[in-house]
Design a protein. Structure first.
Length: 419
C-alpha cells in the first residue's frame, strides 16, 4: 500500500473553520437581501444533460468548447457538471411549468459549479456562486432591480474598489444587423487578429472585444460599437434602465465593449469588477436573456439574472464578523464510570430537546480539562454530573450550587443567576 498522501484535485479546495463561518455569514446576507425582495431559493442538480449547455450557453463559447467537465454515464448519456446557473434554472422553469405562476418568477441560488480552467487566486475548477434570476417580465425595472440587489450585496459585504460596467446588446434582430458590420470589419483586418478570434468570425464575432491579443485589441479600437446601432425600442429600454439606476443612486459607467461570455444575452448586460483583485477583476455580472427559455423548449419568456463568485467576493471584501455559536450548557462528568456517563448523556439529550445549545466532553478529559474546554467554548453554564449528585456552575457569575439532575435544564432555561 502506498504511504503517499492523497490530496484534493487541482483547482479544488476544502472549506474549513473561519472560512466556513464567513461563507455562512455571506449566505445569510444574500438570503436576507434576495428573499426580502421576493426571490425564492432554488437548487438544481450538479449534473445536467450536456445538450442543455450546448443549446443554452452556446456551442461557440469558451465554456462549451474548452471548460466543461463532460462524461458518459453507464447508459451512454452525455452528462456535464454544471458550469453556470442560468440555463439549469431556465430548464427547471420549463420542466415545472413555472410559466403558469404569477410572473415574474424570481429565484435565487447559492451552489457549486465546475469549469476546467487555469486555477488561480479566487478562480477554481470547483467554485461557488450566488445568483438571482427573474423570469417572465421584460420591464426595465426588472433589470434595474437585479443590478441594485447585487450592488447592495457587494456593499454590505464591503467588497473594495467596486466598479459597475453597463451596456446593451440589443434585441436579436438589431444585433443581427450589427453582427454583419462587425464581421466585415474583422474580415478586413483578419491578418492582425489572433487565431482564436479568426476562427470565431462567423460564429461569435462579438467575443473579439474580450481578446487580450495585442493585434486584436488594436483592430477592435476601430470596430463599430453595438450601442451605436440599437433599435429605437432597445435604446429606450436601455435609457430607462439607466434612469432607474440613477434614481437608486447606483453609479455605473457605460462600456460599449462589454459583451459577456455567453451567447444567450440580449439587451442589458453588466459586470461588477473590483480593482483590488488585479487583472482578473470580475466579481459578478449578468444580463437579460429574453430568448433562452424558448430556446430550451419553453414558451417565449423574458429573463434577467446574474451570478457572483463567492471566492471572488471573499477575496475582495471584508470577511463578515462571525461570532462562535453560543454554548448555553456544557455537561461535564466527575467520574468516568458508565452510570455517570449515561446520566450525563441523558442530560445532554434533554437539554438539546429543550432547544438549548449543549455540548459534553467526548475526548476522555479529566474534570479540570473539561472545565477548561467549557471555558474555551464560552459556555454559559456547566453541569458537573457526579456520583448521585449534580453541580450547576455559572461560568459568568462564578457561583455554583448543587441541583437535581432533572432540574438542570429548567434552571438554565430561566437563566438562573442566584447560584
Amino acid at each position: 500500500m502506498s504511504d503517499s498522501k492523497i490530496k484534493a484535485p487541482r483547482g479544488t479546495f476544502d472549506v474549513l473553520g473561519e472560512d466556513a463561518a464567513a461563507r455562512s455569514a455571506l449566505e445569510a446576507r444574500a438570503r436576507a437581501i434576495l428573499e426580502g425582495a421576493g426571490y425564492e431559493r432554488i437548487e438544481t442538480p450538479a449534473m445536467e444533460a450536456t445538450e442543455l449547455f450546448a443549446r443554452g450557453v452556446g456551442a461557440s463559447t469558451d465554456i462549451v468548447r474548452k471548460e466543461m467537465f463532460t462524461f458518459e454515464d453507464a447508459a451512454g448519456r452525455s452528462l456535464t457538471l454544471r458550469p453556470e446557473g442560468t440555463a439549469p434554472v431556465c430548464r427547471a422553469y420549463v420542466e415545472h411549468g413555472m410559466h403558469k405562476r404569477r410572473q415574474p418568477v424570481k429565484l435565487w441560488y447559492l451552489s457549486s459549479f465546475f469549469r476546467h480552467e487555469r486555477a488561480q487566486a479566487g478562480r477554481y475548477r470547483q467554485f461557488w456562486q450566488v445568483g438571482a434570476e427573474a423570469l417572465g417580465s421584460e420591464d426595465p425595472a426588472v433589470d434595474a432591480e437585479s443590478i441594485v440587489l447585487l450592488a447592495t450585496l457587494l456593499a454590505e459585504l464591503q467588497v473594495r474598489e467596486v466598479r459597475l460596467r453597463l451596456a446593451s446588446l440589443g434585441s436579436t434582430e438589431s444585433r443581427s444587423e450589427y453582427r454583419e458590420r462587425l464581421q466585415a470589419h474583422l474580415r478586413a483586418n483578419e491578418q492582425e487578429l489572433s487565431e482564436d478570434v479568426r476562427s470565431r468570425i462567423e460564429d461569435n464575432p462579438l467575443r473579439a472585444f474580450d481578446s487580450d491579443h495585442p493585434g486584436t485589441r488594436a483592430v477592435m479600437e476601430g470596430a463599430p460599437r453595438l450601442l451605436d446601432h440599437l433599435s429605437a425600442e432597445d435604446a429606450e429600454h436601455f435609457a430607462e434602465v439607466r434612469a432607474l439606476l440613477d434614481v437608486a443612486g447606483v453609479s455605473y459607467e457605460v462600456d460599449s465593449t462589454l459583451v459577456r461570455g455567453l451567447d444567450y444575452y440580449t439587451r442589458t448586460v453588466f459586470e461588477f469588477t473590483s480593482d483590488a483583485l488585479g487583472a482578473q477583476s470580475g466579481v459578478g455580472g449578468g444580463g437579460r436573456y429574453d430568448g433562452l427559455v424558448e430556446q430550451l423548449g419553453g414558451p417565449p419568456t423574458p429573463g434577467m439574472g446574474w451570478a457572483a463568485g463567492i471566492e471572488r467576493i471573499m477575496l475582495a471584501g471584508e470577511a463578515p464578523p462571525t461570532a462562535p455559536a453560543p454554548v448555553e450548557l456544557f455537561v461535564a462528568i466527575e467520574h468516568a464510570r458508565a452510570d455517570v456517563r449515561r446520566a450525563a448523556f441523558s442530560l445532554l439529550s434533554e437539554a438539546r430537546s429543550a432547544g438549548l445549545a449543549a455540548q459534553m466532553d467526548l475526548g476522555g478529559r479529566s474534570l479540570k480539562g473539561q472545565l477548561g474546554q467549557a471555558g474555551a467554548l464560552g459556555a454559559r453554564f456547566v453541569a458537573i454530573v457526579g456520583d448521585g449528585q449534580t453541580t450547576l456552575r455559572d461560568m459568568q457569575g462564578g457561583g455554583q450550587t448543587p441541583i437535581a439532575t432533572g432540574a438542570v435544564v429548567h434552571a438554565v432555561l430561566r437563566g438562573h443567576h442566584a447560584l
